[in-house]
Design a protein around this ligand. Sequence first.
Ligand SMILES: CC(C)(COP(=O)(O)OP(=O)(O)OC[C@H]1O[C@@H](n2cnc3c(N)ncnc32)[C@H](O)[C@@H]1OP(=O)(O)O)[C@@H](O)C(=O)NCCC(=O)NCCS
Length: 183
Amino acid sequence: MKNIREFEGASPDIHNSVFVDESAIITGNVVIGQDSSVWPLVSIRGDIHHIRIGARTNIQDGSVLHVTHDSDYAPGGYGLTVGDDVTVGHSVVLHACTVENLCLIGMGSVVLDGAVVQSGAMVGAAGLVPPNKVIDGGYMWLGSPVKRVRELTEKEKGFLLYSAAQYVKLKNRHAGQEAVEPT
Ligand SMILES: CC(C)(COP(=O)(O)OP(=O)(O)OC[C@H]1O[C@@H](n2cnc3c(N)ncnc32)[C@H](O)[C@@H]1OP(=O)(O)O)[C@@H](O)C(=O)NCCC(=O)NCCS
């Protein structure tokens, strides 16, 4: 079965420069911009709402991205938007939320429905961002639920762009690799 799948007439629209590992599954109403990367065992399921991912964003191994459908419990439902130059660490859950440009979502974090991670925010490993919570850019957010612990240093702010750029280089290296047969 193919790993990039249509759902009820909607097919993923993935820029031809995006690296998608063969073990990742991308379904339905999903758009992914230039030079982004989707690493092993990621699921991006745009079946009951849309998912939009910008340019130079990396979705690391084992992450799960999903959305919420329109119902009396969630009128209009919630799509999922991830901006440009975002680093989504290993095993992150992004559920029907917004992550703006130049953020880092630490490995093992969970971002819930309607939450907004504003441009330039860093969520430390294992952070939990509750439903509808808006977290400011330029700060370090840690814990479950996340709390604003301090302003990011200039070095950390620089790291956000560095991390995204490194992943663009890394995906180009991976894209050039051939599959090997087990010996
Ligand atoms: C938060 C982080 C950036 C470290 O920041 P730091 O300011 O250097 O933190 P320190 O290691 O000096 O620790 C400061 C305090 O925060 C705590 N802390 C560190 N990381 C934490 C986290 N993710 N959640 C909760 N608390 C954390 C430490 O235990 C320490 O607590 P204490 O003062 O009570 O002893 C790092 O731990 C982290 O979570 N990085 C995310 C990396 C990642 O997931 N990258 C994704 C791409 S692979």
